[in-house]
Ligand binder design. Sequence first.
Ligand SMILES: [Fe+2]
Length: 432
Amino acid sequence: MRGRIYVTAPANESIGWRDPGFIHDGIMVNLQKGKRYYYQVGSDSGGWSTTYSFVSPNEDSSETIAFLFGDMGTATPYSTFVRTQDESISTIKWISRDIEALGDKPTFISHIGDISYARGYSWLWDNFFYQIEPVASKVPYHVCIGNHEYDWPLQPWKPDWSSSIYGKDGGGECGVPYSLRFHMPGNSSEPTGTRAPSTRNLYYSFDVGLIEIGPLSWSSKGHRPMYTTSYESRDAPLRERLLEHLEPLLVKNKVTLALWGHVHRYERFCPLSNFTCGSLGMNEEEWKAFPVHLVIGMAGQDWQPIWQPRPDHLTDPIFPQPLRSLYRGGEFGYVRLVANKDKLTLSYVGNHDGEVHDVVEIMASGQVLNGVITPDGVAGRDKGESTTSWHVMVASVLVLGAFIGYIFGFVSRSRKDAASSNRWTPVKSDDA
Ligand SMILES: [Fe+2]
């Protein structure tokens, strides 16, 4: 093990500021496959933690398991001047249950942006780490960056088309705490435009069991979604760029699964390219291999957009679900991924009951089971049942997965903007 010490960047205001202290960053190397390791953290002068343990990854395993979500945040056990995310408590509780049930099977967590919503307050980052300790002390906690870790008007990456969507969601962090509090593989970096060190943990790849985590392989992952049927117009310029520049790469590289956060709901789409569901090959037309898109930003942050209303009845609370959207829900929770060489299974677990509310299975053969489009419309919508199969062409490799952290600090609506525009709806009031 080797260690490094960092001092985190100060918050951008003096309110609520405190010295963040030191962060000790150790790297364990030469771990044996699939072994349980026991460890403590601390020092002789400051005291030692309880003994924790984890099971190391095993690339020879026939099964890979992961827990996936975005936009979780943290919740303080007291009232404070910063609004926190109560739902995050329940999400961690159920993931902890699932990890416990796995016994000695290795697994990992992937949190796809909008991590703690600390927005410059070190004590909220600390609160976040206390909260995830029951799981993060046992399994790897993988992250990619979201707007609430990075966004700030002075950040250097600011294309002209983004002027309407940039804001202050990062609270002046500019990605610095995100970069220093997590240690992801790779050496990508982006200047902060300040004296602070560059933002890191942007693009990287690594293998976990059957899953290859890396750019443009079997699945990809980003924060702001390419597809959503929420009424979220502010990010439209970004979605247009994703569709124009990224989607052709996803399709060309036969990416099977695209995971997105940012919208604080769960939504599953058919395999998509340019808003068109992949061909079923049912009428002897050529099968088309398109990525299945999942929006999984439902881990804890409870500011939710409404679904898109009818274009000519914008004020009526009727939200038609387009055919490409096969399941959408407002329950908070997470996605459980189980991969073996034959099948990739993704289950949406609600944090109100710990139950599975939606399932999609992607076979190595290319079949997508569940949420099936037929010539008569959508079969199995909202039922979580495997009624028939949908063939899409997929990559010929049997590695499952690969995530891209698409970073570039795009903005989501601020709470204040949300209140004034009335397009984001709080699930509960501030007083709750
Ligand atoms: Fe976000």
